[in-house]
Design a protein around this ligand. Structure first.
Ligand code: KG4
Ligand code: ZN
Length: 339
């Protein structure tokens, strides 16, 4: 049995996990820095790096304790090597390199996006290829996942990421960071038909998305409100915004499915949604419907594995390790890194 330690420090979650190749999560430790950043309305890179430095060591100890695995029993160390806030990535990479070097264990530099992309193979036994909608705070992409390290880009956002659109809308409504979960909460009690926001790029026949026009429409609607702090106004804008996002994701997912089937006509046809925004229940249920209508199986990791975590990095490490994709100790942390 292969046991891998995964370290994630690319944004505002310090996360460590130990995962096995028979798909068991022995420990999944997360320290969320949300409270440290909330007062600034977004993630402050310097605060994030310092917090990763302060918390990583004890999280690794907790993960080892909980799993009952000693450092010596690990087969490899996997770490997010990018993309992300470079200070945080450096902290994780330095720790991982120190552990790997001192124990003489292999190290695996994991692309954070590949972590999100492969999580569904940890929680469900699905094979390649599958269609992936990756929706996080920094990325929004439709990908045909052909194999570990083999991704075909079918479409992407031409401006903001979906998570970013949620966060910016929340900010306009005076809600805290990160905005996604709060918008979802408010939307539950809102009237989604009150504001007619655009469904951006819906009629463009490709899988690309755009959220900056929608953001401007929300801003205009907020400016026109008589009482910007009125709870029902906030709920209705949140609901109308979430409806537009859900609609456009559904339309574009259908287009991506058509493209995917043209490339891969074998069965089963599997669709996976992953990344922080994939924890949104309204989006999940709409896309589940799209899957039923188009003959695709729907998969989404459990909520806590959609947002950033160490298990997805450990698992991507296992997938790479099994194929012999091990890295040299001198690899560089990267702030930008396309899949
Ligand atoms: O994948 P993730 O944890 O970090 C990145 O790699 O970016 O995604 C974070 C993003 C944030 O923009 C957050 O607002 C969004 O995911 N998010 C949500 C929800 N939960 C998190 N967006 C909509 N609905 C949610 N329930
Ligand atoms: Zn992420």
């Amino acid at each position: 049995m292969i046991k891998v330690l995964g370290i994630e420090t690319s944004c505002d979650e310090t996360a460590v996990a130990i995962v096995t190749d028979d798909r068991r999560i022995l420990s999944n430790q997360i320290f969320s820095q949300i409270e440290e950043h909330a007062k600034y309305g977004g993630v402050v890179p310097e605060v994030a790096s310092r917090s990763h430095m302060q918390n990583l060591d004890s999280l690794i100890d907790l993960a080892l304790d909980e799993s009952g695995v000693s450092l010596n029993e690990l087969d490899a160390i996997a770490v997010t090597a990018g993309p992300g806030l470079i200070g945080g990535v450096i902290v994780g990479v330095m720790y991982a390199k120190a552990i790997a070097a001192s124990l003489g264990k292999p190290i695996i530099a994991v692309n954070h996006l590949e972590g999100h992309a492969l999580t569904a193979r940890l929680t469900e036994n699905i094979g390649f290829p599958f269609l992936l909608l990756l929706v996080s705070g920094g990325h929004t992409q439709f990908l045909a996942v052909k194999n570990v390290g083999e991704y075909l880009h079918l479409g992407t956002t031409i401006d903001d990421a979906v998570g970013e659109a949620f966060d910016k809308t929340a900010k306009m409504l005076g809600l805290a960071y990160p905005g996604g979960p709060l918008i979802e909460e408010k939307a539950k009690l809102g009237d989604s038909t009150r504001f007619k926001f655009p469904i951006p790029m819906a009629n463009v026949d490709n899988c690309d998305l755009s959220f900056s026009g929608l953001k401007t429409s929300v801003l205009r609607a907020v400016e026109l409100l008589e009482d910007k702090r009125d709870e029902q106004n906030i709920r209705d804008i949140a609901a109308s915004f979430q409806k537009s996002v859900t609609e456009v994701l559904a339309i574009k997912t259908e287009k991506a499915m058509r493209k995917f089937v043209q490339i891969h006509d074998q069965l089963p046809k599997n669709f996976v949604i992953s990344g922080g925004v994939a924890s949104n229940a309204a989006i999940r249920s709409k896309l589940m419907e799209v899957c039923v209508n188009n003959g695709f199986n729907f998969y989404a990791p459990p909520m806590k594995l959609c947002t950033d975590n160490g298990a997805m990095i450990a698992w991507a490490g296992i997938e790479r390790y099994r194929l012999g994709f091990v890295d040299k100790l001198d690899f560089q942390p990267k702030s930008r890194w396309e899949l």
